[in-house]
Design a binder for this molecule. Structure first.
Ligand SMILES: *Cc1c(COP(=O)(O)O)cnc(C)c1O
Length: 358
């Protein structure tokens, strides 16, 4: 068997969910499990949070159906709402909470009878300018939907553009825009993603929506997961499958992009970009060999990458290599690659076996 495994620590995910809830006492939480629970496996993550989470949030009806099959009565929020008019019927059958983010969605919702009324979350464009109604359009839509037979709860939702940038003025502006609508009698309100759960208590409202923090990565560039008390859920582990000596002036890997400056010892690691390791990670990106730091050398291949073992004379064939996880923060690897933990986690490909510990 190819030595590459993503170990998923489900206890860490439960710990991180608890931490989110402790940040927002008395509030409820949608555990965000879109994109296969940020690459961790939606079945296992939903199951491990089954008795803990107040609800789950996903990006599509297909993802919602998967969660519903695992959990008969959890609240499940469709974050972008329905993409086609005929999806409202299915959403009602699945008892989903749906976001309504534009006029077309509102019209489609009100167009026909549904098997059951839906909890509707009117989306406010409070400043991100991606989805949602302006404040005035939202007021108008509120009036039309309040009391409609298709609508059970009528709720308010919005999303921060810069919650990961502490002190950014847009955060205050977005919060003010949200608060200015609260003269309307919404049943529930929701604004906070992970970054806001952790640092903007005034945004906690009735329902928080933690995503990345559940998986133990940080949303912030300047605050580590460890500093936040988060536990990494995924450890990506490979092995050294070859070791060789390389003389000064000789190169390693595609494009001969890395050239030995000294007599070097190069290890070949069983992980590449087809597994989701970022191809753009430059030489120098950290890896752990036997728990000790070493540096990526040269271009990442599809199935392999190279590591400079020159300063680790004890490293031997078959030794374990941690690409990221318990002992090497994914956020550090992502920063080297010009990316974020979110992207690395969601891009771990299907060929990497996930191994779960409770
Ligand atoms: C993905 C998503 C979240 C979760 O964001 P994190 O930064 O991962 O906590 C919350 N709300 C919405 C609308 C989202 O799309």
């Amino acid at each position: 068997m190819r030595p590459l495994i993503a170990h998923i620590d489900l206890a860490a995910i439960r710990h991180n969910y608890d931490l989110a809830k402790r940040c927002a006492p008395g509030r409820q939480a949608f555990a965000v499990v879109k994109a296969n629970a940020y690459g961790h496996g939606v079945r296992e993550v939903v199951t491990c949070l089954q008795d803990l989470a107040d609800g789950f949030a996903v990006a599509s009806l297909e993802e919602a159906a998967e969660v519903r099959a695992l959990h008969g009565n959890a609240r499940i929020l469709l974050l972008e709402g329905c993409f086609e008019p005929n999806e409202y019927r299915v959403a009602a059958q699945l008892c989903l909470d749906v976001v309504v983010q534009n006029e077309a969605q509102a019209a489609a919702l009100l167009a026909g009878a549904l098997p059951a009324a839906l909890n509707v979350w009117l989306k406010l464009d409070s400043g991100m300018h991606r989805l949602g109604f302006s404040a005035s359009a939202l007021r108008e839509c509120f009036t039309r939907l309040r009391g409609a037979g298709q609508v059970a709860e009528l709720n308010l939702i919005s999303h921060f553009a810069c919650a990961d940038l502490r002190g950014h003025s847009l955060n205050e502006d977005q919060l003010a825009c949200f608060l200015a609508l609260l003269d309307l009698d919404f049943d529930q309100r929701s604004l906070a993603n992970s970054a806001a759960v952790l640092t903007i208590p005034a945004a906690h409202m009735d329902w928080i929506r933690p995503g990345i923090m559940l998986y133990g990565a940080t949303p912030f560039a300047d605050l580590s997961a460890a500093e936040l008390g988060l536990q990494p859920a995924m450890t990506l582990s490979a092995r050294l499958i070859a070791i060789r000596e390389v003389a000064p002036g000789e190169s390693v890997g595609y494009g001969a992009a890395w050239v030995a400056q000294r007599p070097s010892r190069i290890g070949t690691v069983s992980c590449g970009y087809a597994d989701g390791y970022p191809r753009h990670a430059p030489s120098g990106t950290p890896l752990l060999v036997n728990g000790q730091r070493a540096a990526l050398a040269g271009r990442v291949s599809m199935d392999m990458l190279a590591v400079d073992l020159t300063d680790l004379p004890d490293a031997a064939l078959g030794d374990p290599v941690e690409l990221w996880g318990k002992h090497l923060p994914i956020d550090e690897v992502a920063a080297h690659a010009g990316s974020i933990g979110y992207e690395l986690l969601t891009k771990v490909t299907a060929r990497v076996p996930r191994k779960y510990s409770a």
